[in-house]
Design a protein around this ligand. Structure first.
Ligand code: NAI
Length: 339
């Protein structure tokens, strides 16, 4: 098989450490990939470039697929989020985050298997804010029929393709009657075309309680942007934390794969970050290329990597966030030995 060019964005904080580890593991799996490195975030600013350089965007458009490390966003000031900008500019409207128990990673719950589908382009997360008068500020929540309809259909198509049983929409339409009201109206309309998949709606505050009481009640969650962001971290906590939850941002043309977690400045540069969430995002990327481009060789690599991390975790080879002793690269090497 020919080599596939894929854009790699190391990102900020722990990004470069975990990306180096992930590239090493993916290469060891035998995947025929040429990595095309581009920068974004603080790393781009440090090079005197825009926070999301045109070259990076153009490279993703050209190669269609990117694996991305986390990018830092300043809190309460400074530039707007690179991640939000990237998702909006490329119209990567569907965020997919599978949250599952892993072998050997003991948590309070044993039976978590939830796929989160987050609308990625609008809602309160857009960061559109105004100063009305001094001392009065406003944040805008935008919902459009177009985006609500397409994410709902996307979620149901995903459910059908993956033989999932049920989609639960978490919302607050009792308070945000127009915006969340539109979201659930369009989800319900879509559900009528997919009679084989169970559909339910739940007010998000009660949904949070049920998630932490009995996550097995849920199969797939469909959420607007901000709720999807928050619920992703909550669900990560059910299965061992942010070090183990991967993600994909998918549009009609391009797809960018990245972990749910951020740049973790508290542990950056120490060589202790867990590269697994980004590696699992890489596995999602390999499977995506198998599905969309017929790269069955990539699917075989994905299986090899998954078998390696399942067995490493089971046998106690883990990073510190999972109660182990290994550093970022030591964990990668433990996987490579198994591959
Ligand atoms: P965070 O996800 O970076 O960290 C939260 C906690 O989880 C920290 O204690 C961190 O040490 C731990 N953690 C995260 N990833 C880990 C890993 N791989 N291994 C071990 N421990 C890990 O969230 P936080 O602190 O809220 O955000 C830090 C920065 O990241 C912010 O600038 C934020 O905007 C950005 N961010 C970027 C994202 C992206 O690029 N997609 C997503 C989320 C946040």
């Amino acid at each position: 098989m020919s080599k596939r060019e894929i854009v790699i964005i190391p990102g900020d904080g722990i990004g470069p450490e975990i990306t180096a580890a992930v590239i090493k593991v993916i290469e060891a799996s035998g995947a025929e990939i040429t990595w095309i490195e581009h920068v974004a975030g603080l790393a781009a600013l440090e090079k005197g470039l825009d926070v999301l350089p045109d070259e990076t965007l153009e490279a993703i458009k050209e190669h269609k697929v990117a694996l991305k490390g986390p990018c830092t966003t300043p809190i309460g000031e400074g530039f707007t989020s690179v991640n939000v900008k990237l998702r909006k500019t490329l119209d990567l409207y569907a965020a997919v985050r599978p949250v599952r128990n892993l072998p050997g990673v003991i948590t309070r719950f044993r039976n978590v298997d939830i796929v989160i589908i987050r609308e990625n382009t609008e809602g309160l997360y857009s960061g559109v804010e105004n100063i009305i008068t001094p001392g009065v500020v406003m944040s805008m929540k935008v919902a459009t029929e177009k985006a609500c309809t397409r994410i709902s259909h996307w979620a149901f198509e995903y459910a059908r393709h993956r033989q999932r049983k049920k989609i639960t929409v978490l919302h607050k339409a009792n308070i945000m009657k127009l915006t969340d009201g539109l979201f659930i109206r369009k989800s319900k309309e879509a559900s009528r075309e997919y009679g084989d998949i169970q559909y339910e709606e739940m007010i998000i505050d009660a949904g949070c309680m049920k998630l932490v009481q009995d996550p097995a009640l849920f199969d797939m969650l469909l959420l607007e942007n901000l709720y999807g962001d928050l619920i992703s971290d909550l669900c990560a906590g059910l299965v061992g934390g942010l070090g183990v939850v991967p993600g994909a941002n998918i549009g009609d043309r391009e797809a960018v794969f990245e972990a749910v977690h951020g740049s973790a400045p508290d542990i950056a540069g120490k060589g202790v970050a867990n590269p697994l969430a980004l590696l699992m995002s890489g596995v999602m990327m390999l499977n995506h290329l198998a599905d969309t481009e017929g790269r069955e060789d990539f699917r075989a690599c994905a299986v090899r990597i998954k078998n390696a991390y399942d067995s490493a975790l089971q046998e106690g080879d883990r990073t510190r966030d999972l109660g182990g002793k290994l550093g970022t690269m030591e964990f990668a090497d433990a996987l490579i030995r198994r591959i």
